[in-house]
Design a protein around this ligand. Structure first.
Ligand code: GLN
Length: 486
């Protein structure tokens, strides 16, 4: 029997065609489940139930007319609050945007509308996507559905928790240094960070523009491929999007392609801080791929050790520029701020009261590394190091097809465990940041449960625009462990 617990996009569409259920029934089931469960989990910041039901009815109409279903027809989604859905709140987890509603649709939103998606609501996130636990949200803390004393990861923690707790069939997140992959890993779901330039960011509230990418969080690898193909592509409204077409054929399961591959295992990702449970889980993943015929090769990405520090120069620099636009005059007023007779005083009051601690920390850090006396020493140098990190990957991909590594050094940590120690928090992204700096695609896939029943994940990284290879390789792993056909 199909229940929300074993539903995937593929099964959902099969069920619709067989008339096992209607799209409306399924959307209602998700909304009911949100009603029952989300007071405990806190995945959503706002719901758009009425619109969702209308969208679901549309899918049923299309089907009743005997037309083909669009790729996301009737699929109930949670959307990270940084992604604009016209008329809906878009707070980005910040008090400074608490009363803002999106004036237009993001490109991914309009593409998903065209593909028939249903929008259940907007999901919680760290303020302006800055964090690894969703504890930096100005509104609430999201809990990990596998253990509510633990964090769901971040910054797309609401999206990952929604999918993991069956409060959405799929979700969108954004990843600047790991914010799709790390929460997907902590919540036991799949997260794909596309190649930089594969998906338009028009209508995504920017964090660090040279790194931000939107991508899917789903229950299966195949579903991630379906959502990715619906949102990818060149967009005239985002000049960084590339004119790359992904052919449907590339996304068809192809065992021949996989079994002839060589995967790289980077020395630098198997470090002392790696939890034993994670190391063991990765060993088992390697065995499974080995059994398919995949060959493994040890590789070195020597500049990996600079990636975290490099990111914490480049990212805050861009954050400080991007967040300059929030002054409490544009977008929405900041509640609780008194009137001021001087404009500057008003700006100061709005920004002091509107931004949280982490946002302020990064604005200050970013402004410092961009200041005239330090620009070359910090920002300029960081850009050069970034190039070296990217070169490491380009060099490695001459000898291997994909790179396999853990997504995170440990399973989900406790709520409150790292909030007072930003450096410890930053370290949870040490394995996801390098791919972000290099702009390459990477997917996080559930590998195992730890002794305490917490999800552990592995990550596959591919050369630029190699998403189809990630999906193909991920599909067969999933099939092997679940015993279900692709
Ligand atoms: N956790 C990382 C940070 O705090 C990554 C955030 C992200 O990818 N948006 O910057």
């Amino acid at each position: 029997m199909t229940t929300l617990h074993n539903l995937t996009i593929k099964k959902f569409h099969e069920g619709l065609r067989l008339k096992d259920f209607s799209a409306l029934e399924i959307t209602k089931a998700y909304l009911d489940h949100i009603d029952a469960r989300d007071s405990e989990i806190g995945a959503y910041l706002s719901l758009s139930a009425k619109e969702a039901l209308l969208q679901a009815e549309q899918a049923d109409l299309v089907l009743a007319r005997g037309e083909n279903l669009a790729p996301l027809a009737g699929v109930p989604f949670g959307i990270k609050d940084a992604i604009l859905v016209q008329g809906e709140p878009a707070t980005s987890g910040s008090k400074i945007l608490a009363d803002y509603r999106a004036a237009y649709d993001a490109t991914v939103t309009s593409k998903m509308r065209l593909s028939g998606a249903v929008f259940l609501g907007k999901t919680n996130m760290d303020e302006f996507a800055m964090g690894s636990s969703t504890e930096n949200s100005a509104f609430k803390k999201t809990k990990n559905p596998h253990d509510t004393s633990r964090v769901p990861g971040g910054s797309s923690g609401g999206s990952a928790a929604a999918v993991a707790a069956h409060m959405a069939l799929a979700a969108l997140g954004s990843d600047t240094g790991g914010s799709i992959r790390q929460p997907a890993a902590f919540c036991g779901v799949v997260g794909l960070k596309p190649t930089y330039g594969a998906v338009s960011r028009y209508g995504l509230t920017a964090m660090a523009s040279s790194l931000d990418q939107i991508g899917p969080i789903t229950r299966t690898v195949a579903d991630a491929g379906i959502v990715f193909r619906a949102i990818a592509g060149r967009d005239v409204k985002d000049a960084t999007t590339a004119d790359v077409s992904y052919s449907a054929e590339d996304f068809e399961p192809n065992f021949e392609k996989l079994r002839n591959m060589t995967f790289g295992l980077p020395d630098e990702y198997f470090i002392d801080g790696l939890a034993t449970s994670v190391r063991e889980a990765i060993d088992r993943v390697v065995q499974i791929y080995n059994s398919f015929g995949v060959k493994f090769k040890k590789i070195s990405l020597p500049h990996t050790r600079y990636a975290l520090s490099d990111y914490y120069i480049i990212m805050p620099a861009e954050v400080s520029a991007n967040l300059a636009r929030f002054d409490g005059l544009r977008y929405a007023p900041v509640s609780g701020v008194d009137r001021h007779s001087k404009l500057e005083e008003l700006y100061v009051a709005n920004r002091s009261q509107g931004f949280g601690r982490e946002a302020k920390r990064r604005i200050i850090l970013g402004t410092f590394v961009l200041s005239s006396g330090y620009y070359d020493a910090y920002y300029g140098k960081a850009q050069k190091v970034r190039r070296l990190i990217k070169n490491d990957f380009l060099e490695a991909f001459r000898g291997v097809d994909l790179i396999l590594a853990p997504t995170t050094p440990t399973p989900a940590f406790k709520l409150g465990e790292k909030v007072e120690d930003p450096l410890a928090m930053y370290l949870s992204d040490v394995f996801t940041i390098p791919a972000s700096l290099a702009g390459i695609p990477a997917i996080s896939i559930p590998a195992a449960l730890s002794p305490g029943d917490l999800p552990i994940a592995f990550q596959l990284m591919a050369p630029h625009f190699g998403e189809a290879k990630l999906i193909n390789a991920g599909n067969y792993y999933e099939q092997a462990v679940s015993g279900q056909a692709i």
